[in-house]
Design a protein around this ligand. Structure first.
Ligand code: PA5
Length: 474
């Protein structure tokens, strides 16, 4: 991986279709960008000054994990020898990253391949407490050949802890003292219950650094262990993130894609563009959109700014897939309300190519496809959609990956994290908390009779009771 190769793998950020010159009235002018340079500068300086501190520990992950990475690689090697299934139990930031990276960098039918072709264990990411899903998982895995990775930063998340309890019970019943060989935990070293349980049970444990929040944790052991287990080059992923970090630390707004993109999104929000659509034109990047949705929603959706003033910030993230959603959502994107920014992710060179066969010369309406490839078709449709959106005056920009590999995926994840950090500063909010998630969590605790939540239960019981007349039953 030399410098020339790295440069050739650099992501491109094309924001032509955010500009007035290309999309008309809805677009931005050079003057508008220029007049907000100070805002961008101030966001940049705050991020630069705080990197590595407080909840910005994630900026150091590309650099400070040498020993952990070696441990992860050695652990993954052992797992590969003994096991056929690797099951992640986690939710939110503890699940979306592993899923996104697995889809991006493994064979798209990895779990269905025979072991001889797959070479690495199957990966399952279980991020819900739907009992049918748990039962279905247990129907397809052999416990003997399975290792579970319980991932929870807080070590307290009810959903993950319930999964931990169920699986631990099963493993102990089946393997007795050897149950611990089937369980690895990834959690905070300094807080939560999982670390205490892990120590009591003698479980192999990886730590999530204190300054790394759930949605910023993919490049920590949260994402690195599952990735290494399925054969992904995690060093290359971190190297891509480090490469992007250097780019994101450029002071020049026009040379810093994360800062520029954050500013354009910020300006769009100010003009009422409250929806951010993430639309990769590649199945491999489909779940990057899910991961992005959490990052963008939980980080920027805040009721108050840092000073406690009402703010009600954020954009609703929407995931879409090109070309699939051209036949579903693009109608709305092109003709519906002017309330969206569409981020398209393109891939210049696909890892596989399939030629479209010849064979129906007598039908010109079909024949025009013949002799082209599927890669050409998907990319042509991407360019055509960008054009169609632009001509309808719709804000859209494109991030182009030269190809999908561990390095470019590391770049992409890191770029979105930086964009979120910059945008949070522009909005003046705390990017790293999630007070809005607490409401539902606390109500669940209260309803389950958890100690300390008696007052919440009382409040719930005194809330207006649901009425029959507002329920349609027949
Ligand atoms: O970004 C966050 O902090 C959250 O969305 C968490 O990822 C999610 O709530 C899961 O938390 P934990 O990893 O503590 O179980």
């Amino acid at each position: 991986m030399n410098n020339a190769w790295r440069k050739s793998m650099q992501l491109k950020f094309d924001y032509n279709n955010m500009m007035k010159a290309f999309i008309g009235e809805e677009g931005f002018t050079e003057a508008e960008i220029k007049s907000n340079t100070d805002l961008a500068k101030s966001a940049f300086e705050t991020v630069a000054a705080n990197r590595g501190k407080g909840m910005m520990g994630w900026t150091e992950l590309p650099y400070n994990q040498k020993e952990t990475v070696e441990d992860i690689i050695a652990t993954a090697k052992e797992i590969k020898k003994r096991f056929d299934n690797f099951v992640v139990l986690g939710i939110g930031g503890s699940a979306l990253g592993p899923t996104a990276v697995f889809q991006a960098l493994c064979h798209l039918r990895h779990n269905e391949l025979p072991r001889s072709k797959r070479k690495f264990p199957k990966l399952y990411v279980e991020d819900n407490v739907d009992p049918e899903r748990m039962a279905a998982l247990l129907d397809v895995i052999d416990l003997e050949k399975t290792v579970f990775n319980v991932i929870t930063k807080s070590g307290a998340t009810s959903e993950t802890m319930s999964q931990y309890l169920i699986i631990t019970d099963m493993l102990k019943a089946r393997f007795g003292d050897k149950a611990k060989e089937h369980m690895i935990t990834t959690t905070s070293e300094s807080r939560g219950n999982l670390i205490k349980l892990a120590q009591k049970e003698g479980l192999k444990t990886f730590y999530i650094p204190d300054g790394v929040g759930g949605r910023f944790s993919e490049l920590s052991p949260v994402g690195l262990l599952p990735a290494a287990v399925v054969g992904i080059d995690i060093k290359a992923m971190l190297s891509g993130a480090a490469y992007m970090d250097k780019i994101c630390m450029r002071k020049d707004l026009k040379k810093n894609p994360a800062l520029l993109s954050a500013l354009l999104q910020y300006l769009a929000m100010k003009k009422g563009k409250n929806i951010s659509v993430m639309m990769p034109y590649a199945d491999s990047l489909k779940y990057i959109a899910d991961w992005y949705c959490q990052l963008w929603a939980e980080s920027l959706g805040k009721a108050a700014d840092k000073k406690g003033n009402p703010a009600f910030t954020g954009q609703t993230p929407v995931k879409a897939l090109g070309v699939t959603d051209q036949h579903s959502q693009v109608q709305l994107y092109r003709e519906g309300p002017f309330d969206k920014v569409i981020t398209i992710i393109g891939v210049e060179k696909f890892r596989n190519e399939v030629e479209i066969s010849r064979g129906c010369e007598e039908f010109p309406d079909v024949n025009f496809l013949c002799g082209h490839t599927m890669g050409e078709l998907i990319n042509t449709e991407r360019v055509a959609t960008e054009y169609a959106l632009a001509t309808a005056g719709r804000l859209n920009h494109t991030i182009l990956l030269p190809e999908v590999n561990a390095f470019t995926v590391g770049e992409l994840l890191y770029m979105f994290e930086m964009e979120t950090a910059f945008c949070g500063e522009m909005l003046g909010i705390d990017t790293y908390n999630q007070p809005g998630v607490e409401g539902g969590k606390n109500a669940t605790y209260a309803l389950f009779g958890r100690k300390g939540y008696e007052q919440t239960l009382k409040e719930m019981q005194s809330a207006p009771a649901k009425q029959e007349k507002y329920t349609v039953t027949d």
